[in-house]
Design a protein around this ligand. Sequence first.
Ligand code: FPP
Length: 297
Amino acid sequence: MVLVLRPKQNPFTKNAAASKHPKYYLYIILSTLKNSFSYLCHPKPALEMQDLKEKIDLTRLPRHIAIIMDGNGRWAKEKGEDRLFGHFHGVESVRNIAEGCAELGVEYLTLYAFSTENWNRPKNEVNGLMALLVDTIHKEVETLNKNNIRLHVIGDMDMLPHFACEELNEALEMTSRNTGLNLVMALSYSSRWELVNAVRNIGVDVKDGKIDPETITHETVEKYLCTSNLPDPELMIRTSGEYRISNFLLYQLAYAELYFTATRWPDFRKDNLYEAILDFQGRERRFGKISEQLQAG
Ligand code: FPP
């Protein structure tokens, strides 16, 4: 058999007759699909991203955005890679979104980086995540300082390996004088752990006579949460198409607007953030009141 190699060309543009060939239609359908696919895979053009950004009303930004960064494992699996590959790429999204929030003037960004339940994952994934966390924090402290970003951590730090605690404490101290975006990492965190802890500590203070149970209000409870120095999130984003809160800031999200997107976390970029904020700004936040009451001021 003789194989004749010819230069690659579109066989259907040579003459008008060819455009009537049934294969022509197949060619068009396939190239349309290919283009749509490549549009989905590549970031939106800068102009479109700028358009989205300009639509945001900077006087009505959510003060605090909380994110459940979901879908790293599935993203990696879809590419035939190990789950850790997804977490590794998730760090790029963390960078991009922190930068996006800082540029806009969002005051607080809380990221669910590792839940109490995540300790039950396979050992190699847990170890890989801890190593990635320490490595990322170590490398990013300089950038955080350059961008005036202050790092905070909420969660059960006692559960973290010693080397991770040391690195974190150093980064907390090194960024403690920054006055721009507050970047809060939820690490070894879960709401139930936090609430049990709060109730236990309130109980101790009641027993020691420091609190009269009759005087306990929601402000008292808030003082015992890990987030006592943070405002409640106004917008909560979860990526990767799951519609759950997964033990994340259950008390603090009482009046947050919830935004769910199918985009996997490693693909989540500033334009996705702008879309979420625009969606938030299109909602009427009634806090239990009715529309007419809000309009009357
Ligand atoms: C959820 O995806 C993601 C995590 C449990 C970890 C998030 C960690 C990062 C984004 C990287 C490290 C972060 C920092 C702050 C340095 P999943 O693994 O549950 O994905 P799946 O639902 O598709 O399995």
